[in-house]
Design a protein around this ligand. Structure first.
Ligand code: ZN
Length: 202
């Protein structure tokens, strides 16, 4: 999809436009010391400056409390914004046009729906599989974590997901979603994920 590419380009453009000294200067007074800028650390209390900014490399580091990273991280840590929000804030600040988020077309919408339905299916399978639950217990994965990340279990079967979802979705949609594969020889669709834990990515 073209969208992905334009967002990558957008992220890159913001990265290049951001001035880390300018950003940090909103929170602390920086002074030039040789090649670097130095000031009191905005992340911990101190009387002598141990916060250092390298404008050329676009990095900050505190020799006192150990924090460090790039301009995005600095902004996120100081404002509490998540990455997508930080990206938009910084784009506005440095005059980078924000690409429009294209609404998904009908086909993409069906694929997303199929993935959601599959996640529900895998979650139910996990609830009813004593083996998978025991395995997660052994790995010390808590119930809270399972729920938070929507972990699921793909049963040890070639057609269970297919049969559960085909009343609502065409096989083509399931194939495009990557949930179902097709054997070359028999040209028969089958479940791609079998006998394994499933971690949905949102
Ligand atoms: Zn510090």
């Amino acid at each position: 999809m073209g969208t992905r590419q334009s967002w990558d380009r957008f992220t890159q453009a913001v990265r290049e436009a951001v001035d880390i000294v300018d950003l940090a200067s909103e929170y602390t007074k920086l002074e030039k010391r040789g090649k670097r800028w130095q000031g009191l650390c905005p992340f911990h209390q101190e009387k002598t400056p141990s916060f250092s900014v390298d404008a050329d490399r676009g990095l900050y580091h505190c020799f006192g409390c150990g924090v460090g990273g790039d301009a995005f991280k600095l902004h996120m840590e100081l404002t509490g914004e998540d990455f997508p929000t930080a990206l938009e804030t910084l784009a506005r600040r440095y005059g980078i046009p924000i690409p429009e988020r294209r609404a998904p077309d009908e086909g993409e919408r069906r694929v997303i729906e199929a993935l959601d339905a599959a996640a529900v299916f895998f979650r139910r399978q996990l609830e009813s599989s004593a083996w998978a639950r025991r395995y997660l217990e052994r790995r010390r994965v808590s119930t809270e974590l399972i729920e938070r990340f929507g972990l699921g279990y793909a049963p040890d079967d070639w057609r269970q997901l297919l049969e559960a979802l085909t009343p609502r979705f065409e096989v083509d949609v399931l194939e495009e979603a990557g949930l179902v594969a097709r054997s070359q020889r028999a040209d028969r669709p089958y479940d791609r994920f079998r006998n394994r834990l499933v971690f949905p990515i949102h």
